[in-house]
Design a protein around this ligand. Structure first.
Ligand code: MN3
Length: 304
């Protein structure tokens, strides 16, 4: 694909100074992409994160290519996208960016904050959802402005795209992008639950890999108790296998460029998730957490 783009750019004629500059930039991007692709194609199995980045780069180039070939002659490029006499690739992608949110917001919960009270008390849920989660969301939005972060990651959801490149940014972005996304997962994978036993595909996977649900719970709980200080426990599906991971602070497995799995279940083990009811007893919080796990949500995530 990159090679084809590279060849396409060679056919372009000169239009105006601006379009010539844009053409040269796009040409140079395509040439670099083609060279990188050539070097990488010696490896038969590229790591998933490289494949992912190539596909993002490719999407950008295809969009730029389409725009130049079809748009440049018919559309007037708005003046504010012209900076110091040249059109940047960013301005070429402006139309696509229009659909990208400039900030993040908390999803509405599918249950009321007091619906889990038998296990997770209402006061904790209120503090957690309305204050802690809100704070991560607000601070993330502030950081996006502060560091002028472009949330256009092509076909990848903005928050997922951001987590994958979070190492480029200061801790404020890391902590709050993680804090924001981790809490989406956590509040989504809880639900008032009449029958908290795993069902469907996840029940099968647990039986295959952990013998039974009881054994799985013990392992997951042990992982939670071993998180020193604040952090998270994750059940992920990686190459068809269930794995239990832990992270510190607000880190998320998707921040690791080598992680290629799917997150199925998130458990917050920060004290703010349980201190009001369970005091320092993380163990009893984890027992209660298992009573509100939404296994249907876990099964949905397996299919994604
Ligand atoms: Mn929390």
């Amino acid at each position: 694909m990159s090679k084809r783009l590279y060849e396409n750019y060679e056919e372009f004629g000169y239009k105006t100074h601006e379009s010539e500059m844009a053409k040269q930039q796009a040409y140079s991007c395509a040439r670099n992409a083609a060279e990188i692709y050539r070097q990488l194609s010696n490896d038969v199995d590229l790591p998933e994160w490289i494949e992912y980045k190539i596909s993002i780069a490719n999407d950008y180039l295809v969009t730029a290519n389409d725009y130049i070939k079809t748009g440049m002659e018919t559309k007037q490029v708005p003046m504010n996208t012209v900076s110091e006499g040249k059109i940047t690739l960013k301005s070429l992608l402006m139309e696509e960016e229009a659909s990208i949110p400039e900030s993040f917001s908390r999803p509405r919960l599918k249950y009321k904050l007091d619906d889990l009270k038998k296990f997770i008390d209402t006061e904790t849920m209120e503090e957690h959802y309305k204050k802690h989660f809100k704070k991560y969301t607000d601070t993330l939005n502030e950081a996006i402005k502060e560091y002028n972060i472009n949330l256009n990651f092509g076909t990848v959801e903005p928050i997922i795209g951001l987590l994958a490149v979070v190492n480029r940014y200061p801790d404020k972005v890391r902590n709050n992008a993680g804090g924001y996304y981790n809490h989406i997962l956590y509040f989504e994978n809880m639900m008032p639950n009449e029958n908290p036993e795993p069902v469907g595909r996840i029940a099968e996977l647990i039986t295959e890999q952990f013998v039974d649900y009881k054994k799985f719970k013990e392992t997951f709980k042990e992982a939670g108790l071993n998180v020193f200080g604040s952090g998270w426990v994750w059940l992920v599906l990686d190459n068809g296998e269930l794995r239990i991971l832990t992270t510190q602070n607000q880190d998320n497995p998707l921040m690791d460029p080598n992680f290629g799995g799917t997150i199925l279940l998130a458990m917050d083990v920060w004290e703010h998730a349980y201190y009001l009811k369970h005091k320092s007893d993380r163990k009893s919080y984890i027992d209660d957490f298992f009573n509100v796990v939404c296994w249907n949500k876990v099964n949905e995530r397996i299919k994604e």
